[in-house]
Design a protein around this ligand. Structure first.
Ligand SMILES: *Cc1c(COP(=O)(O)O)cnc(C)c1O
Length: 231
């Protein structure tokens, strides 16, 4: 099943790229492997999945230790608590979910001590819902300079999780808003923000049409999860 699902998701991404007149290689698929077994991850890897996304440090660490990082990479996509930063190590090529300057500073200190640079995305709460993780739009626009001045981290773009809505068309305005924020931030700060991480199983095609460079897809590849953890 995993092989079929993966190839279908890839096909749908290609279609959305074509429909929107974007370049063929402009979107990368992050295969979200949270709550998925090592065997299933290995299966996805054997049929060409290249990037795996995990959302909990304590779950990710043993899986990554078992599977390794040869020919694949790991992204961290979940809410990162400041007291878990020390467990990051150099495991994750990209952290999608930096949602405060304080968190960025913690990562910056760790990475300077380890003499490396961690690539990150800033998570934006585009809808302005109170209960969500992510920074509000005006905060991101105002503070981007502070983030990009930090040593040991490199801000590569923005990420968002729109409010859940079963109709993907309702996510479109949130995705286009993230793209507009990116454009304003680039203009204002002169910092290139190449990556837009947006779109999940139920709405990744709309996200691609609106400019996503990274889509995070789990259940459309591995099937439904047992429980839905907080995103
Ligand atoms: C779980 C999760 C996903 C994938 O969700 P699916 O609906 O299973 O595709 C994407 N992004 C984040 C941040 C997640 O936590």
């Amino acid at each position: 099943m995993i092989a079929e699902n993966l190839s279908e998701v890839r096909e749908r991404i290609s279609q959305a790229i074509q429909n929107s007149g974007r370049k063929p290689d402009s979107v990368r698929l992050v295969t979200v492997s949270k709550q998925v077994s090592v065997a299933q991850i290995e299966e996805a890897r054997s049929v060409g999945a290249m990037i795996f996304g995990e959302n909990k440090i304590q779950e990710a660490v043993p899986k990554i230790e078992q599977i390794g990082s040869q020919d694949i990479s790991w992204h961290f996509i979940g809410h990162l608590q400041k007291n878990k930063v020390k467990f990051l190590d150099a495991r994750f090529d990209l952290i999608h979910s930096v949602d405060s300057l304080e968190l960025a500073e913690k990562i910056s200190i760790l990475c300077q001590a380890e003499n490396r640079v961690q690539k990150v995305l800033l998570q934006v709460n585009v809808s302005g819902e109170e209960a969500k993780f992510g920074m509000f739009t005006d905060e991101v626009e105002k503070r981007l300079g502070d983030f990009s001045r930090l040593q040991g981290i490199e801000v590569e773009g923005l990420m968002t999780i729109p409010p859940h809505d079963s109709d993907p068309e309702n996510s479109r305005r949130h995705f286009s808003k993230l793209r507009e924020i990116r454009e304003r931030c680039e203009k204002k700060n002169g910092v290139p923000l190449h990556e837009l991480s947006m779109g999940m199983s139920h709405d990744f095609e709309v996200a691609v049409e609106e400019g996503a460079t990274l889509v995070r897809v789990g259940s459309a590849i591995f099937g439904p999860r047992q429980t839905m953890p907080e995103s």
